[in-house]
Write a protein that binds this ligand. Structure first.
Ligand code: GDP
Ligand code: IMO
Ligand code: MG
Length: 428
């Protein structure tokens, strides 16, 4: 396998964790390059479910894992996740996991601001995960962020926390009428965990560069999905990082010439958590059926996911933005019982059919999907292991998706478990 990037092509939760876990077997290193613990990636191995939020899913296969400079890390969540994985007999020692010295820390005030902002917005809220992601990236962009390297010199760390809290407390108290945060308490909290964190800190870019020179293979694990990208998503209903494949290089400190294969993960239908436009959303009993059959609940916040038909405007957008070299279609089995399955091929807007995303969500909200209809296969697919054994109508549906996207399907997933996977075209 060449160096491979895994990205979500929709609004997240496409099943990236499952595919990363599967492909990790063929990689030496697994790297997260953006996002934070807003992500929730689920792996099911021998019937046991493991959910990770920060640590790359490759840890389950006990591959060396890296958290790149582009990730924002809540160190308290990280330590809890390390303990959770250890309690599942997974080695997460500093030998197995390195965090970039340039990765930014999510601080307690970032979460407070995230929550206070959402509350103040009321019905116009984004529906963030409340994990402090946006406020942390905001401080990174305005050059006031605190990074892992700052933990290596507590004098610098204390100074930075004290200075920034002056401003954050003013904002919390006077704008949000919220509680202020005592800098000494924050510094104390970090003093308690600092010794555990220090051995994990490394110059990840340098380690990956040396690894590539030694012939190591890297798997890059994207979080969220293309339509949640800060640049290209359904702005402002997006996350605060760049979720597309180009950022795999930037967010881990690896040059873009090292990316060989880019696999887009596509749920066989569409889901979205949180607010924002979703043209193919279903409000009828079919939507409810998909939600129930697919157990569509957020892996991070437990919120019910909104469900709808597969949208080719969404997928083609992801093909273009990510340079996809292959697709992995997940959750095909969830559609097993349906009589009819629809694919959205374009949007109708003011009497014309459009095929690309308008940048303005007010326009997107007025778009109506144009559908083509496909007969269901009405047959259980979850124990099928060979592509040719899939029902004819399932193959026709997949072929049509591949034809419209103009990208070949390499993997088809028919259940949450590692074993419920059909390799159509090998990439390793
Ligand atoms: P991620 O954020 O992209 O890693 O996806 P999540 O883990 O948040 O959500 C995907 C959900 O679908 C998880 O509960 C997975 O266990 C489950 N899943 C993944 N692939 C399949 C599949 O092919 N069929 C079914 N039924 N469930 C799947
Ligand atoms: P994975 O990696 C689905 C959504 C939130 C909200 C918006 C902004 O599991 O696919 P944020 O907390 O990032 O500021 O919230 O983005 N969101 C996700 N939706 N899957 C995710 O990650 C998500 N991460 C963030 O619901 O709408
Ligand atoms: Mg998820």
């Amino acid at each position: 396998m060449g160096n491979t990037v895994i990205v979500g092509t929709q609004w997240g939760d496409e099943g990236k964790g499952k595919i990363v876990d599967l492909l990790s077997e063929h990689a030496d290193y697994v790297v997260r390059f953006q996002g934070g613990n807003n992500a929730g990636h689920t792996m099911v191995v021998n019937g046991k479910e493991i959910i990770s939020h920060l640590i790359p899913s490759g840890i389950i296969q006990q591959k060396k894992c890296f958290i790149g400079n582009g990730v924002v890390v809540d160190p308290f969540v990280l330590l809890d996740e390390i303990d959770y994985l250890i309690s599942n007999n997974i080695d997460v020692s500093p030998e197995m996991l390195k965090i970039s010295n340039r990765a930014h820390l999510i601080m307690p005030y970032h979460q407070e601001i995230d929550k206070a902002r959402e509350e103040k917005k009321g019905k116009n809220k984004i529906g963030t995960t409340g994990r402090g992601i946006g406020p942390c990236y905001e401080d990174k962009a305005t050059r006031r962020g605190i990074r892992f390297c700052d933990l290596q010199n507590m004098a610098i760390f204390k100074e930075k926390v004290t200075v920034i809290l002056e401003e954050k407390n003013f904002y919390l108290k006077h704008y949000f009428k919220a509680e202020t945060i005592d800098p000494d308490l924050v510094i104390d909290q970090f003093l308690k965990i600092r010794d555990r964190l220090i051995p994990y800190i490394a110059d990840v870019s340098v380690t990956l560069f040396d690894g590539i020179k030694d012939g190591k293979t890297i798997l890059f694990e994207g979080a969220q999905g293309t339509l949640l990208d800060i640049e290209h998503g359904t702005y402002p209903f997006v996350t605060s990082s760049s979720t597309v494949s180009g950022n795999a290089a930037n967010g881990s400190g690896v040059g873009p010439g090292n990316l060989d294969e880019i696999i887009g993960i596509v749920k066989a239908y569409t889901t979205r958590v949180g607010a924002g436009p979703f043209p193919t959303e279903l409000f009828d009993e079919i939507g409810i059926k998909i939600q129930k059959t697919g157990s569509e609940f957020g892996a991070t916040t437990g919120r019910k996911r909104r469900c709808g038909w597969l949208d080719m405007v969404v997928l083609k957008n992801a093909v273009r933005l990510n340079s996809l070299t292959g697709l992995a279609i997940t959750k095909l089995d969830v559609l097993d019982d349906l009589d009819e399955i629809k694919i959205c091929t374009g949007y109708e807007y003011e009497g014309e059919t459009i095929y690309n995303f308008p940048p303005e969500i007010k326009i997107l909200e007025q778009c109506t999907p144009v559908y083509e209809s496909h007969p269901g296969w009405k047959q259980k697919t979850s124990d099928i292991v060979k592509y040719e054994n899939l029902p004819e109508n399932a193959k026709k549906y997949l072929d049509r998706v591949s034809e419209l996207a103009n990208v070949s399907i390499k993997i088809v997933s028919v259940g949450p478990g590692r074993e419920a996977t059909i390799i159509k075209e090998t990439i390793f």
